[in-house]
Design a binder for this molecule. Structure first.
Ligand code: PMP
Length: 398
């Protein structure tokens, strides 16, 4: 029966990680996978999460029951406060439908299934390039996917004119997926002024915006990184917002995130929520409990929430510091080349100007692992591995 099943080629990022593990060179450096590492090269457990675990342990004297389909109520509200602002009009009006999800991926899946059910003709438009799984998840939900121009390899920034010209041509009712900050895989973000120009076009064209927020706080700050959300709310748009806490709480395996659908009024939000619950029910019945409890404890406590904000700010600052040092040292080694894009791009990733052949040389000759596209995880750099990485980059880029 199953003999005709062909082998999946596997995920290129995860297979690179396997190659890295097998590599026995002492100086190897992994800048391929999207994990935040601290200065010591470890994926940290945040202090706020350690404290939340302690609190949980003192309260946990009963077995874990199933959560409702939509997740933990206090967590869902805390997410709305964080993403939209506690006193914001849509939160106060109760016109946002939020469900707890299995990370950001789960939010994308629930959103994609929901949209495909109600807008079966809609196609999904993603930036060129985007995180590969955006395409897989939406195609898995039945969507046809198309791309809009985005990254300009010449400048390392966004080709905003081409992007806007394309979006102006997208038929009404189609879904446009956007990264509010820390674009994966390029690190090239829209400026606030560009968001100001884009949002009226989305509105006028009657498109369905889907914001995917996986790195809030790692770009500029928690507040500045949701500028796009603020502009969309102010323009009165209806839109979807998926968010992931994997990176910013360092809770990868807990699979914790949320999907929020901003509706025109409370009644609509209630009906949308009921349908999101149906979608969850059909997929996995109800979400896991631990991650929601931990994030809820942190966000619901003033001291812990302040501690978390400091910890996220420190992660963002460390990434920016590594960008600065990498830039400085590359410019010193290769004075004729322009690396300003490293300073302008934001978040964990940068799309470096590396050909696949150069990427192969980095790995084979220097033990430095980056993605074939040239995506480099800046959050994997530290004072110790920076010198060999600079050495390797200088060698292949010379
Ligand atoms: N969206 C983007 C843009 C991402 O980069 C990621 C994580 N790589 C996700 C969503 C998925 O997040 P999670 O790991 O929480 O499922």
């Amino acid at each position: 029966m199953f003999q005709s099943v062909e082998l999946s080629p596997g995920d290129p990022i995860l297979s690179l990680v396997e190659d890295f593990k097998r590599d026995d060179r002492a100086q190897k450096v992994n800048l391929s996978i999207g994990l935040y590492y601290d200065e010591a090269g470890h994926v940290p457990q945040l202090a706020c999460i350690r404290r939340a675990y302690e609190r949980l342990a003192s309260q946990q004297d009963r077995p874990d029951l199933y959560l409702p389909m939509e997740g933990l109520a206090s967590y869902r509200l805390a997410v709305q406060h964080l993403l939209f602002g506690r006193g914001s009009e849509p939160v106060q009006a109760g016109r946002i439908a939020t469900v707890q999800t299995l990370g950001g991926s789960g939010a994308l899946k629930v959103g994609a299934d929901f949209l495909h059910r109600y807008f079966p003709q809609a196609e999904l438009w993603v930036s060129n390039p985007t995180w590969e799984n955006h395409i897989s998840i939406f195609e898995g939900a039945g969507f046809k996917t198309r791309t809009y121009p985005y990254f300009d390899p010449a400048t390392g920034g966004v080709d905003f004119e081409a992007m806007l010209a394309c979006i102006r041509q997208i038929p009404a009712g189609h879904v446009v997926l956007l990264h509010p900050c820390c674009h994966n895989p390029t690190g090239a973000d829209l400026t606030d002024e560009q968001w100001d120009m884009l949002v009226p076009v989305l509105k006028e064209r009657k498109l369905i915006p889907f914001l995917d927020l996986a790195y809030q706080g790692l770009g500029r700050s928690l507040e500045e990184d949701v500028y796009a959300v603020r502009v969309m709310v102010a323009a009165g748009l209806e839109f979807l917002l998926s968010n992931s806490f994997s990176k910013v709480f360092s809770l990868y395996g807990d699979r914790i995130g949320a999907l929020s659908v901003v509706c025109p009024d409370e009644g609509t939000a209630e009906r949308v929520l009921s349908q999101l619950k149906v979608t969850v029910r059909r997929n996995y019945s109800s979400p896991p409990v631990r991650g929601a409890q931990l994030v809820d404890i942190v966000l619901g406590d003033q001291a812990l929430s302040g501690l978390w904000q400091d910890e996220v700010a420190a992660m963002g600052a460390r990434i920016r510091e590594m960008r600065k040092k990498l830039h400085e040292q590359l410019v010193a080694r290769l004075p004729g080349q322009d690396f300003r894009y490293l300073l302008e791009q934001r978040g964990m990733f940068s799309m470096m100007k590396l050909s696949p052949a150069q990427v192969d040389r980095l790995r084979e000759e220097h033990g430095v692992y980056v993605l074939r596209s040239g995506r480099v995880c800046m959050a994997g750099l530290n004072e110790r591995n920076l010198p060999p990485v600079v050495e390797a980059l200088a060698a292949v880029l010379a």
